[in-house]
Design a protein around this ligand. Structure first.
Ligand code: P6P
Length: 325
C-alpha cells in the first residue's frame, strides 16, 4: 500500500495483452496503430487553448454539412497516418471523408477495412467536455475492383471495435468478439494498461440518457417511455458526447437513446462508425443495442454515412424502451 492507496501491480500493456487475446498479428497491428493515434489525439486534446491549432473551426464542412473543428481534421489525419504504417490496411473510411480511401487491394495484401469517427463530440472541445475516437475493423471482403465497398458490411461482420475516451483519464475500450477489455493510458510511461478484462455491464439501472430538448419531436413510443421513466424514479444523465454517454452506460448501466427526431428522421448517429462499433461493445458486455425493434448489428448499410436510431444499454432497460414501441 502506497501513500496514494493501493498500487496496482503487474498491470499488463495493450501490446502484451493483445498477444494473449488475438493470434492474428495483422489485426493486432491495426489495433496498436489506432491506439497510437489515440495517444497523439489525447496529447492534442489536453493542449486545447494552449496550442492555437486545436480549438476552432477548420473553415470547411464535412460530408454532412457540419462545420469541421480543427481537431476533427487533425485527428482524422493522425488515424490515417498511423494506419498507413500497417501493411494489412486496405481501406480507411471516416466521418470526415466523403469517400472511403483505398490504401491496398486484397491482392496487394490489404486485409482490413477500418472505419472511424476520429473525434466524436468534437464540438465539446472548446468547453473541455470529454470527446472520443470510435473505431470499427472489418475484413476486406471485396475483389480488388470493389475494395472500397468492404466498409458496407453489417456490424455482425466486425473483427474488432471500440473507442478511446479523452476524459478525466484516457480510456481505451476494445472488443475482439470475445468480451470487452478496458485500458487506461498511463501518461508517465505512455502505455495503455489493462485495468479490466471481460467487462460486463449491469443488467439493469434506472438511468436514461437522451436529449430531452427534442421531446416535442419524439415519436409517441419515446414519449411513452419517458413518461414511464419520470413516473418510476429514473435518473437522467446526458453529456451530449456519444463516447462519454456510452462509456457511462457501459460501466454504470442504464440506457442511451438517440431516436428519430424531426431534424433527424433516421436518427442523427451514423451506423458504420458510431452505431455498429458501440453496439458490438455493448453486446459483448452483456447489453443490448437496437435501432428500435431491430438489432443494431444486423442493419445492412447501403451508404457510408447512413444514419440510424440508437437505443443501447442494460438489457432490462432496453427491453423497457422496446415495450413502448
Ligand atoms: P445532440 C456529437 O455531436 C454527436 O455526434 C454525438 O457524440 C452525441 O451523442 C450527439 O451528437 C449529440 O447530439 O443533438 O444531442 O446535440
Amino acid at each position: 500500500m502506497s501513500e496514494t492507496g493501493v498500487v496496482r501491480e503487474n498491470l499488463t500493456t495493450l501490446r502484451k495483452h493483445l498477444r494473449a487475446r488475438e493470434e492474428d498479428g495483422g489485426l493486432r497491428r491495426v489495433l496498436e496503430a489506432v491506439a497510437l493515434a489515440g495517444k497523439s489525439i489525447a496529447h492534442k486534446v489536453r493542449r486545447a487553448r494552449i496550442d492555437d491549432d486545436v480549438i476552432g473551426q477548420a473553415g470547411a464542412q464535412n460530408t454532412h454539412g457540419e462545420d469541421q473543428q480543427k481537431l476533427d481534421v487533425m485527428s482524422d489525419e493522425l488515424v490515417l497516418q498511423c494506419l498507413r504504417e500497417c501493411p494489412e490496411v486496405a481501406v480507411y473510411a471516416s466521418e470526415e471523408r466523403d469517400e472511403a480511401l483505398v490504401l491496398k487491394t486484397a491482392s496487394e495484401g490489404g486485409r482490413f477495412c477500418v472505419v472511424s469517427d476520429p473525434l466524436d463530440g468534437s464540438s465539446n472541445i472548446d468547453v473541455a467536455v470529454s470527446v472520443g475516437t470510435i473505431f470499427s475493423v472489418l475484413d476486406n471482403d471485396q475483389p480488388d475492383a470493389d475494395t472500397e465497398k468492404s466498409a458496407l458490411q453489417p456490424g455482425t461482420r466486425q473483427r474488432a471495435a471500440g473507442y478511446i475516451l479523452y476524459g478525466s483519464s484516457v480510456v481505451l475500450v476494445l472488443t475482439l468478439g470475445d468480451g470487452v477489455d478496458m485500458y487506461v493510458l498511463d501518461p508517465v510511461v505512455g502505455e495503455f494498461l489493462l485495468v479490466q478484462e471481460r467487462l460486463q455491464m449491469p443488467a439493469e439501472r434506472k438511468i436514461y440518457s437522451i436529449n430531452e430538448a427534442y421531446a416535442d419531436d419524439f415519436e409517441p413510443w419515446v414519449r411513452a417511455y419517458l413518461d414511464h421513466a419520470h413516473a418510476n424514479g429514473y435518473g437522467s444523465r446526458y453529456i451530449g458526447s456519444m463516447v462519454a454517454d456510452v462509456h457511462r452506460t457501459l460501466l454504470k448501466g442504464g440506457v442511451f437513446l438517440y431516436p428519430p427526431t424531426a431534424k433527424a428522421p433516421a436518427g442523427k448517429l451514423r451506423l458504420l462508425y458510431e452505431g455498429s462499433p458501440m453496439a458490438f461493445v455493448v453486446e459483448q458486455a452483456g447489453g443490448v443495442a437496437t435501432a428500435g425493434k431491430e438489432r443494431l448489428l444486423e442493419q445492412v448499410p447501403e451508404k457510408l454515412h447512413q444514419r440510424t436510431p440508437v437505443i443501447l444499454g442494460s438489457r432490462a432497460e432496453v427491453e423497457q424502451v422496446q415495450s413502448h414501441i
